[in-house]
Design a protein around this ligand. Structure first.
Ligand code: PEP
Ligand code: MG
Length: 571
């Protein structure tokens, strides 16, 4: 019987194939006593499995250093570090020695203890690291139990169904012919989701029960854009999705033809399309779509998945690589936006709540860390066109303090005879209502503004952007949000200061016309969506949009607003 499952899609695309259930490991072990004479052998068995697990990861890192995105290598390195952790590497041995139990039982007991501690953690980012611990312990367990590796038949499109998948498992599966993967576990910010997105494998996560409801060799349709999985589809569904899949491929090919086209509207208005990136390894994708700059480099990604803090030299090299690769176009480097859902064990306690000690607040509280980063960014500015972007500014005091820090970093570089662009542009993110309301005053004190709609929406509507329970209240088209964005664009335009939108709204093709009508001329977004947004721009007529958008901005009533928003799609 055909049925559908709903989860979270992690990228665009449709896959059709045959289900392969993979059970990575079995943690349901029973306590097996071990005789005194065999204790040493049991310890050696654990040590061997641990060594095999480490070698497996090392082998993956070494053999695919060229092909793996940097963030994937970082996941693998973090798993390797976890395998060194005393709780995983030594505790099970102590248990075998003290309790005379099997290595499997000792590992399971140690894992249960670690997981208990995770249950008390409120931070969603750290909670997701729980999955990593399970995956790492699972890797040792697999070697203890001698669990078979997955070998998939060649040729047939295979869709992997798993309760959970580690990034390393995903790398192994990528080498076999995997059309898609679906998992019961995972959140939008889980490593598996991030990896699926970066590898471009259509995937749906957070399905909860897929592993129990699907059988091996069931035909599956995975619609990653919609987060839907159809199990044993009917013939009509099958043909419909085959057609959708083909259309998606044709769409992608058509879009590729726009790579070198200019982003100019029907009435001749030029628009700048820049890319949002996390790491230097994203630059290939940026060039592939012909982006004219990096509008947002989320520098905090250099700080994640590690236990130490990147040095000034390491940061400098990373920023310089991006700046040189993008020259002569600009690279906007945002200073560390750590806290809330992005935390790092290498950093002193950044706040774990959306309203806490986050972003600029954290940097001002950690002046040394901030100085190190500012010097690295300034040094990179010598090698092309860099711009400095300050996140989450909500008051003049914060902005002025940050600007003083930039001056101090410049002084220290001058004293050390280090070259940098003395005229580097300094801008700020507008992502809290206070900044939008005071946009004109802030624009006078900075060189450019960048509107972070992801946070602006959550702080305007009091809706945590990571909380699935209130996801339906997170509304980019709420009249209050629209007015704050329009006010900010108008304020910067009046002062002739550049202003861009770098939140997800800039990548939403249904918002392009709205933003153009508000006067936006700079969009910064994920490279994968740049060509689709460019196509919307090329089809738009700004002169026609302006009047309609002005009406939208005066409308409070939801139904009328919906109607007007629908009308601009037809202009
Ligand atoms: C935003 O808030 O819109 C933004 C671009 O920043 P981030 O998503 O990194 O918080
Ligand atoms: Mg933000």
């Amino acid at each position: 019987m055909s049925f559908a499952l709903l989860g979270i899609g992690v990228c665009d695309g449709v896959a059709i194939g045959s289900a392969r259930l993979i059970s990575t490991v079995d943690f349901e072990v029973v306590r097996r006593p071990v005789a005194e004479a065999d204790i040493e052998k049991e310890v050696a068995r654990f040590e061997k499995a641990l060594a095999q697990a480490k070698n497996e990861i090392r082998h993956l890192i070494e053999t695919s250093a060229e092909t793996l995105p940097e963030e994937v290598q970082a996941f693998l390195r973090s798993h390797l570090l976890m395998l060194e952790d005393a709780n995983i590497a030594h505790k099970p041995i102590e248990r075998v020695l003290e309790e005379h139990c099997s290595a499997e039982w000792a590992l399971k007991e140690s894992l249960d203890r670690i997981l208990k501690r995770f249950d008390d953690i409120d931070d969603p980012y750290l909670r997701e690291r729980r999955e990593d611990v399970i995956q790492v312990a699972g890797r040792i367990m697999k070697h203890l139990q001698g669990a078979p590796e997955v070998h998939l038949p060649k040729g047939e499109p295979i869709i992997i169904v798993a309760h959970t998948l580690s990034p390393a498992d995903l790398m192994l599966l990528r080498e076999q012919q995997v059309a898609a993967f679906i998992t019961d576990a995972g959140g939008v910010t889980s490593h598996t989701a991030i990896l699926g997105r970066s590898l471009g494998i259509p995937s749906v996560i957070a399905l909860r029960n897929a592993y129990h409801l699907i059988d091996n060799e069931d035909t599956l349709i995975v619609d990653s854009a919609e987060g839907v999985v159809l199990v044993a589809p009917s013939e009509e569904e099958y043909s419909e999705y085959q057609l959708r899949q083909r259309l998606f491929q044709i769409e992608q090919q058509k879009l590729e033809r726009l790579t070198t086209a200019r982003a100019v509207t029907l009435d001749g208005v030029e628009v700048l399309l820049e890319a949002n990136i996390e790491l230097p390894s994203d630059m290939e994708a940026v060039h592939a779509v012909g982006a004219e700059g990096v509008g947002l480099l989320r520098s905090e990604f250099l700080f994640l998945n590690r236990t130490d803090i990147p040095s000034e030299e390491e940061q400098f090299m990373a920023y310089r690589e991006v700046v040189e690769s993008m020259a002569p176009f600009p690279v906007t480097i945002r200073t560390l936006d750590i806290g809330a859902d992005k935390t790092s064990s290498g950093l002193p306690s950044a706040g774990d709540l959306p309203l806490g000690l986050r972003a600029i607040r954290f940097c001002l509280a950690e002046p040394q860390l901030f100085q190190t980063q500012l010097r690295a960014i300034l040094r990179a500015s010598h090698y092309g066109r860099a711009r400095l972007l300050l996140p989450l500014i909500s008051s003049f005091a914060e902005l002025e303090q940050a600007l003083r820090h930039i001056e101090q970093a410049k002084r220290s570089l001058r004293a050390a005879d280090q070259p940098f662009d003395a005229d580097i542009a300094v801008g700020m993110m507008v992502e809290v209502p206070a900044a939008a309301i005071l946009a004109e005053a802030f624009a006078r004190k900075t060189d450019f503004l960048s509107i972070g709609t992801n946070d602006l929406i959550q702080y305007t509507l009091a809706v945590d952007r990571n909380d699935a329970l209130v996801a339906d209240l997170y509304d980019a088209r709420h009249p209050a949000v629209l007015r704050l964005i329009a006010m900010t664009i108008a304020a910067a335009t009046k002062l002739n200061k550049p202003v861009s939108v770098c939140g997800e709204m800039a990548a939403d093709i249904h918002c392009v016309r709205l933003l153009l009508g508000m006067g936006l001329r700079e969009f910064s977004l994920h490279p994968a969506k740049i060509l689709a947004v460019k196509r919307e721009i090329i089809r738009a007529d700004v002169a026609k949009l302006e009047g309609k958008v002005a009406r939208i901005l005066k409308t409070n009533e939801p139904e009328r607003l919906q109607q007007l928003l629908g009308e601009i799609d037809l202009l």
